[in-house]
Design a protein around this ligand. Structure first.
Ligand SMILES: [Zn+2]
Ligand SMILES: [Zn+2]
Length: 332
C-alpha cells in the first residue's frame, strides 16, 4: 500500500500558484501583479518565500540576478556573524524536465536553516520568479522540495488568475486587479477593480453560528447593511453549486432620494448597480459571497454566477484550476 501523503493545498496569489503541504499558510504578502512577495509559514518556521517581477525589460541575466542577491545575503550574514555557505547550480531536483527551455538557476544556501532556491525567467510570460523553500538543517526534505518546486506556475491560464489562500479559492479574469484584502480568520475578503467595476469575494466561517437564529437573506442584509443602503435591493432564492443560495440585486436609488440623504457633500457615492451571489456551503460550514458592482446596466452579465463556477467551497476533485492538470499527471 502506498504511504499516506500529507494533505496538500494550493496557494495562489497574483498569478503565482504553488502546491504546498496543507499546514503552510500565508504569513505575509506584499506588492502587486508587477512585482511582489509572499511568504508561507507552518506553525513554527517560515517554509517558503516567493518573489516575482516582470522581466521583459530586464538588463541582467538570471545568473547576474543571483550574484547580486547572494552578495546582499552574504553581507547580512557577515554582520550577524552567522556561518553562510552557498552552493550555486545545485543539484537537488531529481526531475528538471519542466525547467527545459527556461533561463534558470538552482542554488542552495545554509545559515541557521537550509534554503533551496530557484531563480527563473518564464519563457511564456517573461516573469522572473525567485522561489525559496526552507528546511531545518537536519531535515531530509528533498522529495518535498522537489514536489513544491515542480508545482510552481507563474501566469494566468486562459485569461484566468487562480486565487487561493487559507482554503478560499476562485478564478477571476486577469483584467480584475487586486485592490484590497482583509484576511481575518473568520472573514476573508478580497476586492478587485477593473476600470470602474468592482468585484468582491468573501468567505465567512462558522456559518452554523451566523445563521443560528436567522435565514440567509436576513443575515446578508443585516451584515451588509451599510453597503446596501445606497441600493434598492431585491433578493431572490437562487440555489448554487447544490447549496441553498440567493441572488441579491441592487439598483441605484432615485437621484431625489440620494439628494435628501445626509451623504458626503463633496464626494457623493457613485450611482451604481450591485449583483451578488450568496450561498451557504454546509460541507465546509462557510458562507460564500461574490459581489459585482458596476455603473452601467449592461456591464452586469451575471458575473457572480460565472465566477461561482471556479469558486471552491468544499472538496471536489475536478475543481483543480486549468494549468495544473499537467502537474498532477507528472507526479504519478
Ligand atoms: Zn509565466
Ligand atoms: Zn460547498
Amino acid at each position: 500500500m502506498a504511504k499516506a501523503e500529507p494533505a496538500s493545498t494550493l496557494f495562489g496569489w497574483q498569478g503565482i500558484t504553488l502546491r504546498v503541504p496543507a499546514d503552510w499558510n500565508l504569513g505575509r504578502v506584499d506588492g502587486d501583479y508587477q512585482s511582489g512577495y509572499a511568504r508561507l509559514d507552518d506553525a513554527e518556521i517560515v517554509r517558503a518565500e516567493v518573489e516575482w517581477r516582470e522581466g521583459k525589460k530586464r538588463q541582467l541575466s538570471i545568473e547576474q540576478l543571483v550574484d547580486r542577491y547572494l552578495e546582499g545575503l552574504e553581507k547580512k550574514a557577515e554582520k550577524s556573524g552567522l556561518p553562510f555557505a552557498v552552493n550555486r547550480r545545485a543539484r537537488f531536483l531529481k526531475d528538471k524536465r519542466w525547467l527545459e527551455g527556461s533561463e534558470y538557476e538552482l542554488f542552495t544556501w545554509e545559515a541557521d536553516y537550509r534554503t533551496y532556491n530557484l531563480a527563473r525567467c518564464c519563457p511564456d510570460c517573461g516573469r522572473i520568479v525567485l522561489l525559496r523553500v526552507l528546511t531545518r538543517l537536519q531535515e531530509k526534505a528533498e522529495d518535498l522540495v522537489g514536489e513544491v518546486f515542480q508545482s510552481l506556475d507563474d501566469h494566468p491560464h486562459e485569461g484566468q488568475v487562480c486565487w487561493s489562500v487559507y482554503g478560499l479559492r476562485f478564478q477571476l479574469p486577469a483584467a480584475f486587479k487586486l485592490s484590497g484584502q482583509e484576511l481575518k480568520s473568520g472573514h476573508l475578503q478580497l476586492s478587485f477593480a477593473r476600470d470602474r467595476q468592482v468585484c468582491r469575494v468573501h468567505r465567512l466561517s462558522l456559518a452554523h453560528l451566523l445563521l443560528k437564529d436567522t435565514g440567509l437573506a436576513d443575515w446578508y442584509q443585516g451584515f451588509f447593511h451599510k453597503q446596501l443602503r445606497d441600493f434598492k435591493v431585491e433578493v431572490e432564492e437562487a440555489p448554487l453549486r447544490g447549496h441553498p443560495g440567493l441572488r441579491v440585486r441592487g439598483q441605484p436609488r432615485s437621484r431625489w432620494l440620494q439628494l435628501v440623504r445626509p451623504l458626503p457633500f463633496l464626494n457623493p457615492r457613485p450611482r451604481q448597480y450591485q449583483d451578488s451571489r450568496v450561498w451557504r456551503c454546509e460541507a465546509a460550514d462557510k458562507i460564500c459571497i461574490i459581489d459585482h458592482l458596476y455603473r452601467k446596466r449592461e456591464e452586469g452579465e451575471d458575473l457572480p454566477l460565472r465566477l461561482s463556477d471556479g469558486y471552491f467551497c468544499h472538496q471536489e476533485p475536478q475543481a483543480e484550476p486549468p494549468g495544473h492538470a499537467q502537474f498532477a499527471a507528472g507526479a504519478q
